[in-house]
Write a protein that binds this ligand. Structure first.
Ligand code: DGI
Ligand code: FE
Ligand code: FE
Ligand code: FE
Length: 187
């Protein structure tokens, strides 16, 4: 699918603010894909659709998770996690994108997973460091992203976990599994 068509489909689903975030993730993901050897076109499309389901009603996302047999434990954790797997599902169903690498990058962009592909890592990281993001520690991760995909990813997962702990929020186990896997495999 061409960029313009994909952006048009996504724009209808998002607020202007979230659309601008999506454009930032797209540019950043293409940069990271070029730097770290992921498919640039797949990175572009995964980034464009990564938050496609962000504003679907919670009840609809919950039904999709139940009906499609997605991990049911998602329902016991923050609803913020739901738009990632539901977004992958709707990107296939409504936008007709069937590439499994693209869909996986969308599905795992919030929690990550053990054994992430380079494309999945690129989209996760681009979501974290796109130019519109302004939170403590983001500049450090931007710096790391210039030298090491792994190091930048570890720092962004660590920051996300710490952020949730400080807010007294539950952490989805898959987020911990992602962290452990990255630490285990670091050089
Ligand atoms: O959709 P975005 O805001 O661009 O970013 P995202 O999809 O990476 O994360 C969405 C939200 O989910 C963000 O506020 C952090 C939160 N989140 C990420 N991992 C976990 C989590 N929330 C919980 N409860 N547990 C997690 O493991
Ligand atoms: Fe998201
Ligand atoms: Fe993220
Ligand atoms: Fe996002």
């Amino acid at each position: 699918m061409e960029r313009e068509k994909a952006l048009k489909l996504v724009k209808e689903q998002l607020t202007e603010h979230r659309y601008q975030h999506t454009l930032g993730v797209m540019e950043t993901a293409i940069d990271l894909a070029r730097r770290y050897g992921a498919d640039e076109k797949k990175a572009e499309l995964a980034a464009i659709f990564h938050d496609y389901a962000k504003f679907r009603p919670k009840e609809e996302m919950k039904q999709t998770i139940i009906e499609q047999g997605f991990p049911q434990d998602l329902l016991e954790y923050n609803a913020e996690l739901w738009h990632a797997p539901v977004g992958a599902y709707l990107t296939e169903k409504e936008a007709g994108i069937t590439d499994q690498e693209i869909l996986a990058a969308i599905r795992y962009h919030t929690s990550g997973r053990p054994g992430m592909s380079i494309l999945e890592k690129v989209v996760y990281l681009a979501d974290y460091i796109e130019p519109g993001r302004h939170f403590p520690g983001v500049d450090e991760v931007r710096g790391l992203a210039k030298e090491s995909l792994e190091k930048a990813l570890i720092k962004s997962v660590q920051n996300t976990i710490l952020f949730l702990l400080k807010k007294n929020q539950m952490v989805y186990p898959e987020t911990f599994h992602t962290y452990n896997d990255l630490i285990k495999n670091q050089e």
